[in-house]
Design a protein around this ligand. Structure first.
Ligand code: NI
Length: 227
């Protein structure tokens, strides 16, 4: 399941974050790639573990924790410390699948990447190209979102970033180990949760049928969750 989550960061929060990271030193993006994706990757990145990346990453994590849509869709067990990259001058990232297991540079955190996420930090009109193309069984999805918006997609997907031919595309990217490993199960739980919330608005949260449905949601989560 792919999901667009609008306004994870407000425009002022994006501006603050950009001021923080734009002033920092950036390095060649291949510092984080596997050997195969290094061949396809041309961009710049904030050094993992640098002060700017750590501070900016904490802001992103705080925003994620305050986003009910992110929490219900991702059912996060662990979110990898957010990283930051930027593309300009024709830079791109060719088609690839992200590594299954990610480990921080210091080795103190290791996760299975169930979900990949990109948080856009540039407005779409500020650059040409730079679309995130994600392939699934329904075809190729083209993603280019407003600054502050997030796209969540299965980490098992083939994806690429097309060349940025004008301006600069800055973003945060990271991976999530979900409590529910399988995408299809997570999608079912998400759809059920959203329907329950919508129904609660119509019949009131105390309706016996809704209590029963909510219980069923939790019993499915209990069956599938690894915590
Ligand atoms: Ni990727």
């Amino acid at each position: 399941m792919m999901l667009h989550i609008p306004q994870v960061l407000s425009k002022p929060a994006v501006a603050e974050l950009r001021a923080l990271i734009d002033a920092a030193d950036w390095i060649d993006g291949n510092a984080t790639s596997g050997s195969q994706s290094a061949l396809a990757k041309r961009n710049e990145q904030l050094p993992e573990g640098s002060e700017a990346a750590r501070l900016a990453g904490e802001r992103v994590l705080d925003a994620l924790a305050r986003s009910p849509l992110f929490v219900t869709a991702a059912l996060p067990q662990t979110v990898f410390p957010p990283l930051f990259n930027r593309y300009g001058g024709g830079q791109a990232f060719g088609t690839h699948i992200d590594n299954a297991v990610r480990q921080t540079r210091t080795g103190d955190l290791r996760i299975r990447s169930d979900l990949s996420a990109t948080l856009f930090l540039s407005e779409p009109e500020d650059y040409d190209g730079g679309e995130l193309l994600v392939e699934d069984t329904y075809g190729v999805h083209e993603v280019k979102l407003a600054a502050g918006d997030l796209i969540l997609y299965p980490a098992s997907s083939l994806h690429q970033v097309t060349p940025v031919t004008r301006g600069v595309r800055t973003a945060s990217f990271f991976w999530i180990q979900s409590m529910v490993r399988e995408d299809a199960r997570r999608a079912l739980l998400f759809q059920m949760d959203i329907a329950i919330q919508q129904l609660a608005g119509k019949v009131g949260a105390g309706a016996p049928e809704l209590v029963s449905l909510t219980g069923t949601y939790h019993n499915l989560l209990r069956m599938w969750a690894e915590v």
